[in-house]
Design a protein around this ligand. Structure first.
Ligand code: ZN
Ligand code: ZN
Length: 186
């Protein structure tokens, strides 16, 4: 347990070096301070938006990729992290996954059995704006990435696990996080 907590701490620290690390700490004023809101409004010239089939979502590369393919899919409108998702958000999460699959296919990655998609569970993510990580090939994640984006760890919730919870009524509560590890569908 203590080891896992230490690992989670390492993961969060490393994550801050990624796209999420651009957040200048704290802030909190939604939209103004949020790096993903600025990217979605095209106010971050250093971050190129990739083609995306939905106007209310944007897709871009993680600036510190954890795998050969590492994209983030983000709603244009500021939404809280995965902890605040409710069943009414199922459609947008599904569309975020569609965008993730499309961007991989557009970049000639077609083995959908070798991908990893998921959300970081707060507080192991410094950006509160909802964002889906899309990584591939999952089999080529480096050591640190395997830790940060570990399937069904309590700091990285893979989408399929969330779907299990959607179907169970979507009771996403912090105290339930550990129970996610009992689900094992990727
Ligand atoms: Zn935002
Ligand atoms: Zn994240």
């Amino acid at each position: 347990m203590a080891g896992e907590e230490a690992a989670a701490g390492a993961g969060a620290g490393a994550g801050q070096l990624g796209a999420e690390g651009k957040e200048p700490g704290g802030g909190g004023a939604e939209g103004q301070q949020c790096i993903f809101c600025r990217i979605a409004r095209r106010e971050e010239p250093g971050t190129a938006l990739l083609p995306c089939q939905y106007e209310d979502l944007v897709c871009f590369r993680d600036i510190r990729p954890g795998a050969p393919h590492h994209y983030l899919v983000v709603p244009v409108e500021h939404m809280g992290n995965c902890k605040t998702l409710k069943s009414e958000h199922i459609p947008i999460v599904k569309r975020m996954m569609e965008v993730g699959k499309s961007v991989l296919q557009r970049n000639n990655f077609n083995d959908l059995n070798d991908i990893r998609m998921g959300f970081h569970w707060p507080p192991f993510c410094s950006i509160s704006h909802l964002h889906l990580h899309v990584l591939a090939p999952a089999s080529q994640l480096g050591f640190l990435s395997r830790l940060i984006y570990r399937i069904n760890s309590y700091w990285f919730i893979t989408v399929s696990v969330m779907h299990v919870n959607f179907s169970l009524g979507f009771q996403l509560q912090a105290e339930n996080v550990m129970s996610f590890q009992h689900f094992n569908c990727v």
